[in-house]
Design a binder for this molecule. Structure first.
Ligand SMILES: N[C@@H](CCC(=O)N[C@@H](CS)C(=O)NCC(=O)O)C(=O)O
Length: 238
């Protein structure tokens, strides 16, 4: 059984979609990041970065003690290895999937995260930052659109690279992006959105939270974290 530490955000959706695609048994443990549950002792032992998602696998391949994994990209690789699914074994095809997974983890995700922040959450309109991240979003969407021009999926077959990108593209309106301008992404996005596993994963996610508006309380939990936040959480008793 996989315990998935989850909140319905783009990064949280990645392992949830994977688990539905492969039918691996799982249990959801909500971590309400708006209430500061990411600083709880048990969670930080599993996810020292204090960010969802994370997993604990109590039946790791080869047996032994339960294994914990944090970082959505590492979780997808772990689960893909465990299930022998959605990550090719052959080195060339595998590298291609990992390349696009890294592109999502290091580029698409962080840049669109900053885009959300300055367009939606920032208490003041910082025009330079808004322009910078809108431009970067449009650049990254164009890279993905070109990639999908000659392929049904990001790599040869549907893979963890598609699963990693999809929940971020699902927030395209927040990125000030019109998918009509990126027709290959639109076709891919619509197709993946119809997969039964994806539909079911989003249905499950809604049972955890339907989207809480940002309040002053959640703003103070989520933004303005510093070294002090990390040290204080680490010093708290279990
Ligand atoms: N690189 C990490 C990023 C994880 C991340 O940023 N998670 C957000 C939700 S999408 C979070 O837990 N935020 C809590 C906070 O900022 O305190 C991953 O891909 O797992």
């Amino acid at each position: 059984m996989i315990e998935l530490f989850f909140w319905p955000t783009p990064n949280g959706m990645k392992p949830l979609i994977f688990l539905h695609e492969t039918g691996i048994e799982y249990q959801l443990t909500p971590v309400d990041i708006n209430q500061g549950e990411q600083f709880a002792h048990r969670f930080l032992e599993i996810a020292p970065n204090g960010r969802i998602p994370a997993i604990v696998d109590d039946a790791p391949p080869g047996g032994g003690e339960p294994v914990s994994v944090f970082e959505s990209g590492a979780i997808l690789i772990y689960l893909a290895e465990k299930a022998d699914a959605l990550l090719p074994r052959f080195l060339t095809a595998r590298t291609e999937v990992l390349e696009w997974l890294m592109w999502q983890m290091a580029g698409l995700g962080p840049m669109l995260g900053q885009n959300h922040h300055f367009n939606v959450y920032a208490p003041e309109k910082v025009l330079y930052a808004i322009r910078r991240y809108n431009e970067e979003a449009s650049r990254l969407y164009a890279v993905l659109d070109l990639r999908l021009a000659k392929r049904e999926f990001i790599c040869e077959d549907y893979s963890i690279s598609d699963i990693a990108c999809y929940p971020w593209i699902a927030r395209h309106q927040r990125h000030q992006i019109d998918l009509e301008d990126f027709p290959n992404i639109k076709r891919w996005f619509d197709e993946i959105g119809e997969r039964p596993a994806v539909v079911e994963a989003y249905r499950q996610a809604k049972t955890v939270n339907v989207g809480t508006p940002v309040t002053e309380g959640s703003r103070s939990v989520l933004f303005g974290q510093t070294a002090e936040t990390v040290r204080k959480a680490a010093a708290e008793k279990p």
